[in-house]
Ligand binder design. Sequence first.
Ligand code: SAM
Ligand code: SF4
Length: 324
Amino acid sequence: MTDGFGRRVDYLRLSVTDRCDLRCRYCMAEDMVFLPKSAVLSIEEMATLSERFVARGVRRIRLTGGEPLVRRGVDELAGRLGGLIGRGLDELTLTTNAMRLAEYAPMLAEAGVRRINVSLDTLDPDAFRRITRVGDLSIALRGIDAAREAGLAVKINMVALAGLNEDQLLPMLGWCAASGCDLTLIETMPLGEVAEDRSDHYVALHQFIAPLRDRHALFPIDRRTGGPARYFGIEGSPVTLGLITPLSDNFCASCNRIRLTVEGRIYMCLGRDDHVDLRAALRDGGDVDGLIDRALAGKPRAHDFQIARKSQPAVARHMSATGG
Ligand code: SAM
Ligand code: SF4
């Protein structure tokens, strides 16, 4: 699959639910309203569409959400998609908050998942509670241990949040080095209303990593994942550091991804509202391939995020609805 700007699209992010057991303050409002069951694709429908995408050239699928591990039947879905590995699909991965990882890690490994991303914004239990509103850090850490025991490689995703976790970068780096995890930092993006002004917590990554740069030299690593991160080695540390800077330096030129929401919509860009709806076509025997072609043709060159003080979100949709 190639879009209108000649970018090859071979990476599907599949949001398996818009629900979550946490309420991270940069991601969700405290009183989120979730989709009714009738609006949501069944596990069977997700598997069918995923198979269609693999037949069209998708090589990697990432299960995400919301929190993918709260979706009933996620084990069945992972097993079914895992069966595509080596038959068109190169890799099945997952992004999770780790709350249910202790329970699900063996199943994921069994399904053929080899590496996962875990969102962990701090190692301070109080700050963890403050950021996630309801989370217990010790449960996340137990989940990560279970993943490692099951043989899964773990990359930590940490959203940079002014006033909430700026003091946590060096402890997180030390912990990642000791635990054998890589670390990717993410700038907070203006997606959906979250009850507070995101600009209050926005910090550009070059500023967030200043304390690290003061102590260690960073050197660029040529690791092409087609993803949005730029990678760096850290002198004196085994950790590979990824930087995702949608605001301060966008990465759209190499975007290789397509996002399927739990409602069956393809959003061609996180930061735009245009989409095509596969659910009706799938349920009524319509032209799913034709809609996929239309989505590819409509993939925009770039998002236009801005974090101006008191600005509106770029889109009303939360990250959890599109699939982060
Ligand atoms: N619940 C899972 C998790 O937290 O890993 C998967 C879904 S979550 C939406 C995926 C990623 O998006 C997480 O790493 C989270 O930190 C990030 N995220 C959510 N809202 C964001 C925002 N507004 N700006 C930047 N990153 C965001
Ligand atoms: Fe849930 Fe992930 Fe959003 Fe946090 S970032 S509220 S864990 S979906």
